[in-house]
Ligand binder design. Sequence first.
Ligand code: GDP
Ligand code: MG
Length: 638
Amino acid sequence: MDNLISLVNKIQRACTALGDHGEASALPTLWESLPSIAVVGGQSSGKSSVLESVVGKDFLPRGSGIVTRRPLVLQLHKIDEGSREYAEFLHLPRKRFTDFAAVRREIQDETDRETGRSKQISSVPIHLSIYSPNVVNLTLIDLPGLTKVAVEGQPDSIVQDIENMVRAFIEKPNCIILAISPANQDLATSDAIKISREVDPTGERTLGVLTKIDLMDKGTDAVDMLEGKSYRLKFPWVGVVNRSQADINKNVDMIAARRREREYFSSTPEYKHLAHRMGSEYLAKMLSKHLEGVIKSKIPGIQSLINKTIAELESELSRLGKPIAADAGGKMYSIMEICRLFDQIYKEHLDGIRPGGDKIYNVFDNQLPAALKRLQFDKQLSMENIRKLITEADGYQPHLIAPEQGYRRLIESSVVTIRGPAEAAVDAVHGLLKDLVHKAINETLVISRILIDAFVCMEETACFSQLVTCNGPELKQYPALRVEVSNAAIESLERMKDTSKKATLQLVDMECSYLTVDFFRKLPQDADKGGNPTHSIFDRYNDSYLRRIGSTVLSYVNMVCASLRNSIPKSIVYCQVREAKRSLLDHFFTELGKLEQKQLSSLLNEDPAVMERRTALAKRLELYRSAQAEIDAVAWSK
Ligand code: GDP
Ligand code: MG
């Protein structure tokens, strides 16, 4: 029989070690399905004292006022006779406490760490294990005492907060409620009875304990209460006499206290007939026995729950898929596959199989012409400007025949402004090419995960249903590869943009460096009058002379502009679009060849959330499997 409690103890210890503390989380909890005993009652009703006498050790902070401010999960492990007893906290793994006064201090400190030195409470439990030859195997939970009003330094909500915390523990069907009521108060006012009746109306899992029997008014006794005549519970009430505050102050030890308690019940005439089922020692044995009974009745349910949960965990794990390819070759292959796919999808966007490429034509057909139009050469070639530039070009010597230098300067000053729209077109196309990288990356990763899973699936049993489930929102796979590939692609695009800008601006600059001679040869004679040597030198700077020059320059510039309007797109497509189709990832591939196995794996790392979930599931699965094995072993040995 003792097997059963140590079995549950073992499983609980495994839970603790593998991070299952029964807290609400995204994982199934085994802890919650295991029976435990929670101690409830009003503040100063004697909860901590009862716990201590059950354990037979002084280790809990006790006293008046709110002392217990966090739940304390106390696991008692019986060890071989003669072994040295010690305690261990979950938050201080591997530190063995043999001095139980230090345990008490650590409970106080750890409480303060969570709540501050205030009188606040916290529902985060402290886990303490005690290993001793003198204990019975038990898991007990000490809870803050129920109160009626908030005292100085406490928020008004504290009364309700404590009640909610206590209720959260005891409403679980696997919780055995150790309801503590002080005998020197009317049971009708007992907080313990009030709250346990709420969650366990039939009293099936409530064990009633009466404390402070020694403190009852002279002339009154607890016989009616202990015999269940005042308040009936399914199990008989147990009375205890703990140490008073004066005893504690005087350091009365546990052994002496237990002896005194025994004497009290056997020598007080009213209680003599009940003495065999009174006192802390009896309570400890009774609790242990009761717990065994409960565990025995729950084992089949726990077993089937474990089996069911194992199946669920396994199915979620397989849904998350395997971490991919373990060897360097396989990894390289996967990366290349994904890149190839990306490249292809990117091309499809440019070639019109997928959307987005048409936006580039829109730059050539609309944005560029509109920008050129906005240059307004006629405004640039205002009368003042023409006069200014012609005179400046003349220098100290006014031109004699034709203002050759003036023409050049006028043409250059207008043509050079085309650099602006040319550069803008390069940038616009670059922006579009970059957008397509992001689009193509997203599309690639969805498809590639499906491909890789299909590959993994086919290797094992052909479970193609996975193809469908894999296409879920968790497909934000391989964030590292995603970043690397898009960075590499964008870096390539940047390089292409730089080349393109150089080439395209060169087209504009070339127009400035050499003028089309034919244009001027073909000019009608009268427009060329400015060059007529017979023309009076004074006519040369009048308005009609300058206007003629202006209109010649304007039509030349317009001609150049029309031709650039056609050649700029050619340069952009040649340097950027065609190049992007040809060699977007070339540089990346070169770099890839130099990577070590470790860097390759980090490229294929998945979304950390998916990896985390997979690890957490695996750990929980391990817990359930080991619990399954433990339970099976005990079941077989019976
Ligand atoms: P808790 O707040 O419910 O945990 O109560 P404690 O265990 O801290 O006890 C509160 C005070 O009551 C302490 O000073 C104890 O010494 C005292 N006390 C508890 N039980 C008994 C008892 O059975 N007899 C006497 N005389 N004092 C007790
Ligand atoms: Mg207490």
